[in-house]
Design a binder for this molecule. Structure first.
Ligand SMILES: Cc1cc2nc3c(=O)[nH]c(=O)nc-3n(C[C@H](O)[C@H](O)[C@H](O)COP(=O)(O)OP(=O)(O)OC[C@H]3O[C@@H](n4cnc5c(N)ncnc54)[C@H](O)[C@@H]3O)c2cc1C
Ligand code: SF4
Length: 682
């Protein structure tokens, strides 16, 4: 690869001599001036190497190439007088970066992305975080203690309920028996079972536990590693590299492109998600029944499954002492506007309010699959292989015969081969990986819909600055949702971001970024989640792998802008002094009047800074094989023994957090499989 000596790993993150000087200069320009203190620049470069190592090869190559182009491109920038970027003095280097960003083209997008990654690396340094008043470890320790002191017996009872009455096969926290990780696999593996499940997230872990309970011989293959609760901290960079696919930096290409994140670890995205747990809205279920003919999907049909999800995952309201100041301000803003705002329902067992859901819950309070259905499935006899990536579904004629894949060694290297023979294959890799895997296995849907119809609930983030101390990282992740505009396809929420994540998205660099981040403890970040009408597509691009394309509809772009406006209005009503909007080049806004004047002019669609954590719809259910990829219960149209049970199944966006829907469908579909097990032969 051009720019790096080798794909860097946690052990060897060194940048090659080709890009190192430019990367160093770039870090000095885009990070606050204090980056030059002590050995900080060196450590930023080390982090940068680690982050590049977490990216897929194509993205790594693209960023390395972007650095080379940025370095050499400076020669034709007149004020540089023929010097490369690494050789420019501070003022010229700064002017050059500013000129590149102002172009609003593909080059600007690349520089923006590089800036995001490098400034994230800077704000991931612990002493930099302490300088801006962020020191989560003592806080986490204190509220975790408080949680156990206040609710110890209920917590112990709730945790025990996961495997109550089941044969004891090990401790869920440490190394449960039945779970095998890459270090324990020395050579090629050939396995046989009744049902093989690909992925251990919301859909996969749930279906595995249900089938195992019915006595089915189940194997789960999970590409990500096993990271127990005791390993979780608030260290964002490390979490992005170990718990997320591609360091959390997926990119749906379009105008604008949309950043997205997928979990990749035992427990899948549920390990890093916010824990919001809501039933599918009735109108959405009705639409699925009417438009796609989906059977047994009414509210009445799903009611028992929702109730079971809520019991299995301890879904409920937060204890009041865990509501942080950022959430209170957000609610105060909504109340002042007279808007409908509701407390969030979350899958948590006396959540401690550490606000570190996205880096893995350090208390186990968030009832992710890692601490519920995975230990349950293992206790019931399922076998789970972590660090095992499935490459293909194998077939004989129209019937599936199992899967093949390989062990993933540290640094992403390919290890021994894995072959699992099974007459039933259940795909639960999530809405990007499931269609990508099926397509690369040569499967096609007569409907042409496999990999298409991707919805992603675009989000945008408003950053509001208050005079008072907010300390948004004290308290639960997202305590409320503004529902006032649900009919218009908008949900508004406040979500505290770690300094690492915030630095990556703020529209500033250098000294200006430092000044914004110095106010970290007086910031509230909030924004709209949009029910989208446009769709995207997953394709396997040769040399790149799965690539997502997404086209934001004009109507959705207008919704994003309206959602941003409403969010900013609520934050002003709560007392914000100024807000930053997620539109490239937008000036800071200091009052509702300024906001109105700014938004009276059209906002270019391309300038929207969007991200997504809700990916859905790429193997949609429909009883009509000309419209859908699977039938009503996840059975793949046109392949015997192949099922899908993850967020790919949704015929369209649901306008609410999707996890509970995925789990409920997995429970329902597992029931159906069990009823037909004789016919399916397992
Ligand atoms: C940061 C974040 C916050 C979120 N917050 C919320 C929230 O608060 N509430 C909510 O309802 N939803 C939330 N979501 C979304 C929710 O977590 C997902 O919708 C849900 O987990 C999807 O379930 P799934 O089974 O489709 O996929 P996942 O849970 O993502 O699981 C898929 C698993 O399959 C594995 N896999 C993929 N390909 C392969 C392969 N080839 N071989 C082996 N294994 C493979 C992956 O590594 C992964 O572990 C959030 C998501 C993220 C990323
Ligand atoms: S806020 Fe999230 S990470 Fe913290 S205890 Fe609650 S569920 Fe766990």
């Amino acid at each position: 690869m051009a720019g790096l000596s080798s794909a860097p790993t946690e052990e060897d993150p060194r940048l090659s001599a080709v890009i190192r000087p430019a990367a160093r200069r770039f870090a000095e320009v885009v990070c606050p001036p204090e980056v030059r203190a002590d050995d900080r620049t060196e450590r930023v470069l080390r982090e940068f190497g680690l982050m590049l190592g977490a990216l897929p090869a194509a993205a790594r190559k693209a960023l390395a190439t972007a650095l080379i182009l940025l370095d050499q491109g400076a020669r034709v920038y007149p004020p540089s007088r023929g010097r490369r970027f690494a050789r420019l003095d501070d003022r010229t280097a700064d002017a050059y970066i500013r000129a590149l960003l102002a172009r609003h083209d593909a080059a600007a997008e690349m520089v923006q992305r590089l800036k995001g990654v490098v400034t994230m690396c800077y704000y991931d340094l612990p002493e930099v975080q302490r300088e801006i008043g962020y020191d989560p470890a003592p806080y986490i320790a204190a509220v975790s203690r408080r949680r156990l002191e206040t609710y110890g017996p209920q917590i112990r009872a709730g945790e025990a309920a996961v495997t109550e009455g089941l044969p004891a096969r090990g401790q869920p926290w440490s190394a449960p028996s039945g779970l095998t990780s890459q270090a324990e696999i020395a050579g090629d593996l050939k396995l046989e079972c009744g049902v093989v499940v690909v992925g251990s997230g919301a859909g996969g872990a749930t279906v595995a536990a249900e089938l195992a309970e019915a006595g089915v011989d189940v194997i789960v293959l999970e590409e990500g590693g096993y990271h127990p609760t005791g390993s979780f901290t608030a260290e964002t960079g490390r979490a992005l590299r170990t718990l997320y696919r591609d360091g959390g930096g997926g990119m749906a290409i379009g105008r604008p492109s949309v950043l997205f994140a997928e979990g990749r670890c035992v427990g899948g995205s549920t390990v890093v998600n916010g824990g919001m747990s809501w039933r599918t809205p009735t109108r959405v279920l009705d639409r699925w029944a009417e438009q796609e003919g989906v059977l047994a999907i009414s509210e009445e049909d799903l009611d028992p499954y929702f109730a079971r999800v809520e019991s299995l995952l301890s879904v409920g309201l937060q204890d009041p002492e865990t509501i942080g100041r950022d959430s209170e301000l957000f609610k105060a803003g909504a109340d002042a506007k007279g808007w409908n705002i509701v407390p969030n329902r979350r899958n948590q067992l006396h959540c401690a309010g550490t606000n570190s859901c996205t880096t893995g819950c350090p208390t186990g309070a968030k009832r992710s699959m890692l601490v519920t259905s995975v230990p349950r499935a293992l206790s019931l006899g399922a076998r789970l292989f972590a660090d095992c990536r499935v490459d293909r579904v194998t077939r004989s004629g129209p019937a599936v015969t199992g899967v093949t894949g390989h062990v993933v060694r540290p640094g992403g290297r390919n290890g021994p081969a894995i072959t699992v023979r099974a007459r039933t294959v259940i795909m639960a890799g999530g809405a990007i990986q499931t269609p990508a895997l099926l397509l690369r296995s040569g499967l096609r849907s007569a409907s042409g819909q496999l990999g298409r119809n991707l919805s992603l609930h675009p989000n945008a983030m408003v950053t509001a600055f208050f005079d008072e101390d907010v300390t948004g990282w004290h308290g639960v992740h997202q305590a409320f949702q503004i529902r006032e505009f649900a009919a218009a396809g908008l949900l508004l929420t406040a979500v505290n971001l770690t300094p690492t994540m915030l630095a990556g998205i703020l529209p500033a660099y250098g000294r200006e970024l430092g000044a914004l981040m110095a106010d970290y403890n007086r910031i509230v970040t909030a924004g709209p989640l949009v029910t989208d009408t446009g769709t995207g597509r997953v394709r396997n691009v040769p040399g790149v792998g799965p690539q997502v394309f997404y086209s934001l509809a004009d109507r959705d772009a207008a919704r994003v802008v309206r959602g941003v406006e409403l969010t900013a209005e609520a934050l002003f009503a709560a007392g914000a002094r100024r807000v930053l909007l997620p539109f490239d080049g937008a000036p800071e806004v200091r009052s509702p009047g300024e906001l109105r004047r700014l938004l009276a002019r059209p906002v270019s669609r391309r300038s929207l800074q969007l991200y997504s954590i809700h990916l859905m719809g790429t193997a949609r259910m429909s009883e009509d094989p000309r419209r859908g990829v699977t039938g009503s219960f996840g059975e793949f149209h046109g392949a015997d023994g192949l099922f899908v049970t993850d967020a790919s199944l949704f015929p369209g966006p649901i306008g609410i957090n999707p996890m509970e829907t995925v789990v409920a469908l997995a429970l329902r579909n597992a029931r159906r499989l069990i009823e037909r097990r004789d016919r399916l032969g397992f």
